[in-house]
Design a protein around this ligand. Structure first.
Ligand code: DX5
Ligand code: ZN
Length: 215
């Protein structure tokens, strides 16, 4: 499955970019929320997502790169997020923050930065709907994929089968033609793509080709 990231598009045309994501045949639309503290950049808040919500039936996959995400979860739920992913490094109360998302009836995701091992999130694996492996340092689109991320995908895949768990494995950062097959072969379910998706002229054809190459 594919979750194109709006961060790779032009924010002045956000509505049109979202429609472009929908017409490409993607399953999800990925929203990167940055607060200037957890990561240096600042992008947008809940209102941006709320205003785009009526334009699409896609699953809204909201990636919170913000400190103490528990302070904002309710607001993003109200804005129309379907899946909310928070960083293990961003809160002292990870279990509680994930439970808040679940209690709101939304899918809860946990993300780990490149320097955070999978073992750091082991206790929450049974309660999450997805795990996002950051394969670049969070904060910017268009960076180079960190190859060691593949080992984390493998580890998450084995822990999932050993523990009879059901989370999706998502990979975010530098994902594209060069590594997508390898990532799928190692257990990735959801490819998040910003620059690779928006760099293509024909996005529908691109996702179709990616899908074919995975058969
Ligand atoms: C980076 C974001 C990503 C970003 C990926 O911090 O979390 O979602 O949009 O962009 P690419 O695919 O260009 O690396
Ligand atoms: Zn992201």
């Amino acid at each position: 499955m594919f979750s194109p990231s709006l961060l790779g598009g032009d924010f002045s045309r956000a509505g049109a970019e979202l429609e472009e994501i929908a017409s490409s045949g993607a399953d999800y639309a990925h929203f990167d929320v940055m607060d200037g503290r957890f990561v240096p950049e600042i992008t947008f808040g809940a209102k941006f997502i709320e205003d785009l919500r009526p334009l699409s039936d896609l699953v809204f996959d909201v990636h919170l790169m913000i400190e103490e995400p528990e302070r904002h979860i309710e607001r993003f739920v109200k804005a129309g997020a379907d899946m909310i992913t928070i960083h293990a490094e961003s809160t002292r109360h990870l279990w509680r923050a994930l439970s808040m998302i679940k209690e709101a009836g939304k899918d809860a995701g946990v993300a780990i930065n490149p320097a955070t091992p999978v073992s750091a999130i082991e206790p929450v694996l049974p309660i999450v709907d997805s795990v996002l492996v950051m394969s670049v340092n969070p904060g910017w689109g268009g960076q180079r994929f960190i190859p060691q991320s593949i080992e984390k995908v493998q580890e998450l895949d084995s822990r999932r089968s050993e523990g009879a768990l059901r989370y999706l494995i998502a990979v975010d950062g530098g994902v594209g033609r060069r590594n997508i097959r390898d990532l799928y072969a190692n257990g990735m379910d959801l490819a998040i793509m910003g620059s690779a998706f928006f760099a293509e002229d024909d996005r529908k054809l691109f996702l179709h080709e990616m899908e074919e190459s995975l058969q």
